[in-house]
Design a protein around this ligand. Sequence first.
Ligand SMILES: NC(=O)c1ccc[n+]([C@@H]2O[C@H](COP(=O)([O-])OP(=O)(O)OC[C@H]3O[C@@H](n4cnc5c(N)ncnc54)[C@H](O)[C@@H]3O)[C@@H](O)[C@H]2O)c1
Ligand SMILES: O=P(O)(O)OC[C@H]1O[C@H](O[C@H]2[C@H](O)[C@@H](O)[C@@H](O)O[C@@H]2CO)[C@H](O)[C@@H](O)[C@@H]1O
Ligand SMILES: [Mn+2]
Length: 442
Amino acid sequence: MKDKFVVTIAGGGSTYTPGIVLMLLENMDRFPIKEIRLYDNNAERQGLLGEACRIMVSESHPGVAFSYTTDPQAAFTDVDFVMAHIRVGLYEMREKDEKIPLKYGVVGQETCGPGGIAYGMRSIAGVLELVDYMEQYSPNAWMLNYSNPAAIVAEATRQLRPTSKIINICDMPVAIEGIFADILGLASRKDMNVRYYGLNHFGWWTSITDKAGNDLMPALKKHVAEHGYCSQTEDFQHKAPSWIATFKKAKDLFALDPQTLPNTYLKYYFYPDYEVEHSDPNFTRANEIVIGREKEVFDMARHIVERKSAREAHFHAGAHATFIVDLACAIAFNTQERMLLIVENNGAIANFDETAMVEVPCLVGANGPEPLAMGRIPSFQKGLMEQQVAVEKLVVEAWMEGSYQKLWQALTLSKTVPSASVAKAILDELIEANRDYWPELR
Ligand SMILES: NC(=O)c1ccc[n+]([C@@H]2O[C@H](COP(=O)([O-])OP(=O)(O)OC[C@H]3O[C@@H](n4cnc5c(N)ncnc54)[C@H](O)[C@@H]3O)[C@@H](O)[C@H]2O)c1
Ligand SMILES: O=P(O)(O)OC[C@H]1O[C@H](O[C@H]2[C@H](O)[C@@H](O)[C@@H](O)O[C@@H]2CO)[C@H](O)[C@@H](O)[C@@H]1O
Ligand SMILES: [Mn+2]
């Protein structure tokens, strides 16, 4: 068992990179770091964020080696963990993912519906490339992957890298559980034990208890029935109006099944008409972020580089960063921590496709995640999940085979798309917009 670790952050030019670097430095007591490397395929983004993070690390932890590079061999040689969060096509393509479907009266979203399908068709090659670099230069390393759309990326790595040490993760349940803890007056989401099942961005909590085993669902359901997921505490990452609206909408998601608590992403599938009516086709979430988070992070990086000091800097490191460090600790020190991860079903959900990539509680140790059995699921969720997982599998098959037919089927099957003709119109425009990223479709 190593006592100090080498971590590479792939997508080192990501808006989340400084927060994760900060979180790694703040957790050295439980996760000792020997070296942090940043890797990106965009030299300009990597250069600016890399230099800012280099100054940050050298000032606070001069004993930690730090580098940033666009050279895969330098980035991936002799590492223990690769923390991946790439965005193939950047926000320029996310904006198209969101705006093209809206032109046809269909939900425009980063990871859901046609936008998520388009993003998935771009992401698969990028993530597989990172896995191959890692295995070429550090065969024993683990990849902890945030790169979205996690559902499609997870299905692609299941099919195309079945033996790779990659764990696909999502921090949405982590964020919502933080809200649950706030609603309940608990100090932390870790004061709860949860049972949850679904696909990524498509799941439900079925049981939430405190560490003494007391049922916390009744108190939560009472709050959610009236206020959705809105709570007293403002969350830095979710102060944007679009996030406030999302948390409010949880009330209407809860109405569909008062036996469970929903993942917020279900709103795009249950209320697509409402979402389209409340979207601005000329100013979507991608636009909000470019003038928001992306500008804030890069302005802060320029501030640090100009002053050659990070002492006045403030980068946010919230649940997103904590979660991935928790996961690295669980693997490094065999902690058997209980975490919601995206894993092959294999019976965890007894009456659901064994090969589906599902999001369920797992015990995590040195050999990776072990899913807990969530039992049988009701017809409502089973029907929804079967439709959605078929979409995700068709996208991966379309990417593998270069199949226009299967991608058209995937769009037609999505609960967010009203007809095969609308699906085809959106598909043809997405093909043109993604000419530099997707495999050729025949
Ligand atoms: N799984 C989750 O719950 C979760 C939560 C938050 C963010 N994310 C994901 O994390 C990723 C990063 O988000 P962001 O907003 O910081 O994105 P960003 O656009 O700010 O940064 C992404 C970085 O990835 C780099 N990149 C793109 N393709 C690459 C490739 N093939 N190889 C190496 N680098 C590449 C880009 O140059 C860019 O610097 C996105 O995929 C986002 O959806 C996931
Ligand atoms: O619109 P964005 O880019 O702000 O958020 C899209 C992502 O939303 C979720 O991640 C949240 C996360 O839940 C929260 O803990 C915090 O870290 O903010 C993140 C970004 O808002 C979702 O899980 C991701 O998959 C999305 O990419
Ligand atoms: Mn997510």
